[in-house]
Design a protein around this ligand. Structure first.
Ligand SMILES: Cc1ncc(COP(=O)(O)O)c(C=O)c1O
Length: 404
């Protein structure tokens, strides 16, 4: 085996191999409730919770768009441009989120990086076409997603980056008080997938407005699941719509790949150049854009009962976890993590579940806080009652053995 002298790859690889990580898990199936190649296991890891790729009408859209527009973008959106499917999807999602305009990106991560790049940098394209944002400071929820923290890595903490306690309105206000006179962008998340919490959006946006800060909400996790008045968290989602910008990822409810930011028309147009991730890398593929447009209309207007049915299943499953007295997180969202704490024990449990035919991914730092590892359970619309009861039986057995 080739070694790189002076680097630690051999030791690191040894450590992760010892923890059972020898490469990515491989599956021959479309991601969903079952996973594997020869041996198939119940899968609680897929974020593609509604399984819509498996519907014939969705697959037809993806295939039609592939034949019509091709699979490759041909270049970045600034240089090569986009397909009519992108424009239709951006218009559909902007209207759904009640924003003037939207711009899509290859992934949600690229949307977040693009937003921070646009809002933090000094951009000068030609005389009269420049934007200087060197003075702007960012205030993050401490538990914000990795992609957001990664985006601000080059900015100095305490000078241009500040953070407030997770979902704490008082803590945000305290930070904003200390930043009077500065241009501030507050970065929020709607649904946190690790602890399943939902941000008190009205109150957080109230504070942003009071202190004249721009608000940006990462809604990667709740897009198309929450919002309608008859569903849980309708109030929080009404609050989210008051934010200046809303970012979504297509990876979760839509079940494809892509990201998008919706907001004021001029700013969205500005992001075409200012984001960098619109100019220097590929965007969403046209089939993903066509599929996302179709699925957005399906879930938002034509068949909202798909989501209602799924959320009812989530509620039933949560009750099963609580009845079995398993250490589940407090809020009833579709992210029902089991709180483990110690990282090694969390990885051991991952293997113990796998031995019983169940995949539940361990989330360690930096996905979770240090020493607060969780097993993140996402039920899939296609999970059978038998798979769900088996999960409870196995969990109870592991708990009785003292592992959980
Ligand atoms: C809160 C949050 N933001 C951003 C992302 C990144 O989205 P994507 O996977 O589309 O890059 C994720 C992905 O899981 C997320 O949970």
């Amino acid at each position: 085996m080739t070694t790189l002298p002076g680097w630690n790859f051999d030791k690191f690889a040894e450590g992760i191999r010892a923890a059972g990580i020898t490469g990515p898990p491989v599956s021959r199936l479309i991601p969903g409730a079952v996973h594997g190649t020869d041996t198939l296991v119940s899968n609680f890891a897929s974020v593609n919770m509604l399984n819509l790729q498996r519907r014939d009408d969705v697959m037809d859209r993806l295939l039609d768009a592939t034949r019509k527009y091709g699979l490759a973008s041909g270049g970045s959106r600034t240089v090569q441009g986009v397909s009519p499917a992108h424009i239709e999807m951006e218009t559909t999602i902007a209207a759904y989120l009640k924003k003037e305009a939207a711009i899509s990106f290859g992934t949600g991560t690229l949307a977040n990086i693009g937003f921070i790049n646009a809002m933090s940098g000094t951009h000068s394209f030609m005389p009269g076409v420049a934007m200087v944002n060197r003075d702007v400071v960012f205030v993050f929820d401490r538990d914000a997603h990795w992609s957001l923290w990664k985006s601000v890595e080059g900015l100095k903490f305490g000078e241009r980056i500040f953070s407030f306690k997770h979902n704490s309105v008082e803590s945000l206000e305290e930070v904003l008080k200390g930043l009077a006179g500065k241009r501030v962008v507050v970065v929020l998340e709607s649904v946190f997938s690790i602890d399943g919490t939902v941000a008190p959006m009205h109150e957080l946006v109230d504070v942003c407005e009071r202190y004249g800060a721009v608000s940006y909400v990462d809604d990667a996790n709740g897009f198309l699941l929450y919002g309608p008045p008859h569903r849980k968290f309708a109030e929080e989602y009404a609050g989210m719509q008051r934010a200046d910008f809303i970012m979504v990822s297509m990876k979760k409810a839509v079940g494809l790949e892509g990201g998008l930011i919706a907001g004021p028309k001029d700013a969205i147009l500005g992001f075409e150049l200012l984001s960098g991730t619109g100019s220097f890398t590929a965007g969403m593929s046209a089939p993903a854009a066509a599929g996302t447009d179709y699925i957005t209309k399906l879930l938002a207007y034509d068949e909202p009962e798909i989501v209602d049915g799924y959320l009812a299943k989530v509620a039933d499953f949560r009750k099963m976890l609580l009845d079995a007295e398993l250490p589940v997180t407090d809020t009833e969202t579709c992210f029902s993590s089991l709180v483990i704490g110690d990282e090694r024990r969390c990885v051991e449990l991952f293997h113990a579940y796998l031995d019983e035919g169940i995949r539940v991914p361990p989330y360690l730092y930096p996905a979770a806080r240090r020493g607060q590892a969780v097993l993140r359970i996402i039920i899939n619309a296609a999970h059978t009652d038998e798979q769900l009861s088996n999960f409870i039986e196995v969990s109870t057995k592991l708990r009785d053995k003292g592992l959980l």
